[in-house]
Write a protein that binds this ligand. Structure first.
Ligand SMILES: Cc1ncc(COP(=O)(O)O)c(C=O)c1O
Length: 367
């Protein structure tokens, strides 16, 4: 048996839909983008959504929409995009620590990072679990700090009835490992009309459609990018979105099987917890083990044809070009980077595959 870390679920109807869209003669940003965006707003109760070519682009647009440069607080425990977007927009990343249980930004550490130069925080909803947005929103209001949500790993999860991406400016990813896919792709969400109008121009060469007096007029009003999502990928996204609830249900079912199975193997393996009032979209299922055995267990699973991995190691503050931004100690981040393992999870994963992974972990712990 060979078990991949993740596997996108693209069905025959979606392949047909994409090929029909390709033959429609409308290959760039088109009618399916509008449909996808409208459905996204409806599903997550957000006023505006803009589809684009990646979450990384969405992060850059969100940061540029702040209209100023300064310090932006981010966790070091994240994918490099979070920091790269800050640097590429001319701001400075300030690293905060995370919680051991939730692996999301730690409020105390975050508040210690705030200075007069702080303009924003990018919270990262790790692996499918929303951050403690109630407290984060409260603190940010007090300190006049803008909120950007890196929700690349969390689509369709909520806390106290509110979805991620609806608290600040939301940035989502549709990379093949994520909860839904458009191959490459992303979405920016906002309830702020000004942000929406600015980002619409920013992703399409800075062209202001309202300045059009003749049909050939393309009037740029700012130095924009080409961050657009093509129509056929939006068609795929629109179809995938309809299946998200089912996908997330299946991911949660697999997570439950893992958690139950692991609890019977060892009490030294820590499984993810879902705090009261939260839902989880399990884009990843991560366990925490003793750092002395972590690498050996990953290798053992890999040798057993199980594509277990680690998210994330090394942390951002250990990377050569980011070291200079490492100011405050990040003990939990460093602990997690040495102790976490990501196990395979994807909607089509069956009970047999889950049991195969569990049996291999059991064998490892027995020997
Ligand atoms: C936390 C986080 N942010 C950003 C990204 C980047 O997403 P994309 O590949 O769509 O640019 C990822 C994807 O792996 C991620 O996990």
């Amino acid at each position: 048996m060979k078990i991949p870390l993740c596997k996108p679920s693209i069905d025959k109807k979606e392949v047909l839909l994409m090929s029909k869209t390709l033959k429609s003669n409308w290959l760039t940003h088109g009618p399916y983008n509008k449909k996808f965006e409208k459905e996204f707003c409806k599903m997550f109760n957000i006023r505006y959504s803009i589809s684009m070519n990646s979450c990384t682009s969405a992060l850059e647009c969100a940061i540029k929409s702040l209209g100023q440069k300064g310090e932006i607080i981010i966790p070091s425990f994240t994918w490099v995009s979070t920091a790269n977007a800050v640097l590429n927009c001319g701001s400075t990343p300030i690293f905060a620590d995370v919680d051991l249980e939730t692996r999301n930004i730690n409020l105390k550490s975050f508040s210690k990072c705030i200075t007069k130069k702080t303009i924003a925080v990018i919270v990262v909803h790790y692996a499918g679990l929303p951050c403690d947005m109630k407290e984060i929103v409260k603190l940010c209001k007090q300190k006049n700090i803008k909120i950007i949500e890196d929700s690349a790993e969390t689509l369709g999860a909520k806390l106290k009835g509110k979805y991620t991406g609806s608290f600040g400016i939301g940035c989502f990813s549709f990379f093949p490992t994520k909860n839904i896919t458009t191959t490459e792709g992303g979405m920016l969400t906002t309830n702020d009309k000004n942000v929406y109008e600015y980002v619409q121009k920013l992703i399409a060469h800075g062209i202001d459609k309202n300045k059009k007096k003749k049909f050939w007029h393309r009037v740029a009003v700012l130095p924009g990018h080409n961050f657009r999502m093509p129509n056929h990928l939006a068609a795929l996204g629109h179809s995938q979105l309809k299946k998200l609830t089912k996908f997330n249900y299946k991911r949660n079912k697999i997570a439950k099987l893992y958690t139950l199975g692991i609890s019977k193997i060892s009490n030294r393996i820590f499984t993810p917890k879902i705090p009261k009032g939260y839902t989880h979209s399990f884009q990843m299922y991560t366990i925490r083990v003793d750092k002395k055995i972590r690498n050996k267990l990953v290798s053992y699973l890999n040798k057993s044809n199980i594509e277990a991995s680690v998210h994330f190691d090394p942390p951002l503050h250990k990377m050569s070009y980011l070291k200079k931004f490492y100011k405050k100690r990040l003990p939990i981040t460093e602990k997690l980077c040495n102790e976490l393992i990501t196990l395979p999870i994807y909607p089509e994963m069956g009970r047999n595959e889950v049991n195969y992974v569990l049996n291999k972990i059991k064998t490892f712990y027995k020997n």
